[in-house]
Design a protein around this ligand. Structure first.
Ligand code: G3P
Ligand code: MG
Length: 241
């Protein structure tokens, strides 16, 4: 099973912070997933929500705040008093954490609510500057964004994100086109999805924090999971080898 640390090692560290990514980088897991938004001054930052309300001591939408404004806030103390002083990371800062590791890097573009004009081009520039083309997967619920990725650089692996069960998934995925399917558990194991698994296209499932469910996915032929508990899941699957 290929294990991706979801938002970094987010069960034990504040999600999408350098602390969570340093822990993921330390672990012998296959990859890491993180979410990207764009600031008012066009900088790429790593955060899950459109607003900073839930995961910081500030308020407002990322799209309305400059990077300098955003950097004033604490993105860790909401999680636990044990963590202090984590700021919102830029995409560059996160890529740098994994500079000398071999983790696969799943960059999720969160352009599904606000369009973030020019985001795809900026993400591709960051990847090219660091020569990370073969290590990244770009995914999004905004399938037009991954279509643009493929048009701009066909060498980059893309994945379409879904919450729902699809009736003819392979037709749709090939039409975008997408290289992989990233889908909510348990939609991944409904019978109509088997055509994707059987085709050999990578199917990665989120967010799987329970060993029993992870084993159900393995039995169904799914080879990758996103988990908030990368260390626990790594230990669990190591016992199969
Ligand atoms: O990329 C997999 C997963 O992260 C998608 O859902 O809401 O956790 O970003 P979400
Ligand atoms: Mg995500």
């Amino acid at each position: 099973m290929e294990i991706y640390a979801h938002r970094g090692a987010s069960a034990n560290y504040p999600e999408n912070t350098i602390a969570a990514f340093k822990e993921a980088a330390r672990l012998p897991v296959f990859g890491v997933e993180f979410d990207v938004h764009m600031t008012a001054d066009g900088e790429l930052v790593v955060i899950h929500d459109e607003s900073i309300n839930r995961t910081s001591n500030g308020t407002g939408y990322v799209k309305d705040l400059s990077l300098a404004d955003l950097k004033k806030y604490d993105f860790s103390s909401w999680f636990s008093p044990e963590f202090k002083g984590e700021t919102i990371p830029t995409l560059t800062e996160v890529l740098d954490v994994f500079h000398s590791t071999e983790h696969k890097l799943n960059i999720e573009l969160k352009s599904d609510i606000f369009p973030y004009e020019g985001m795809v081009e900026k993400v591709l520039d960051s990847i090219a500057e660091r020569k990370l083309e073969s290590r990244v997967i770009i995914s999004s619920f905004d399938h037009s964004a991954i279509k643009t990725v493929k048009q701009l650089n066909p060498l980059i692996e893309t994945a379409a994100l879904f919450m729902e069960v699809l009736v003819h998934p392979l037709d749709y995925l090939n039409k975008i086109p997408a290289d992989a399917l990233h889908i909510l558990f348990p939609a991944a194991i409904r019978p109509s999805m088997a055509e994707v698994i059987n085709s050999g296209m990578p199917v990665r499932t989120f967010t799987v924090n329970d060993e029993t469910y992870a084993n159900v996915l393995k039995q169904a032929g799914i080879q990758s999971i996103f988990t908030d508990h990368p260390e626990k899941m790594n230990t669990f699957f190591s016992s199969f080898n």
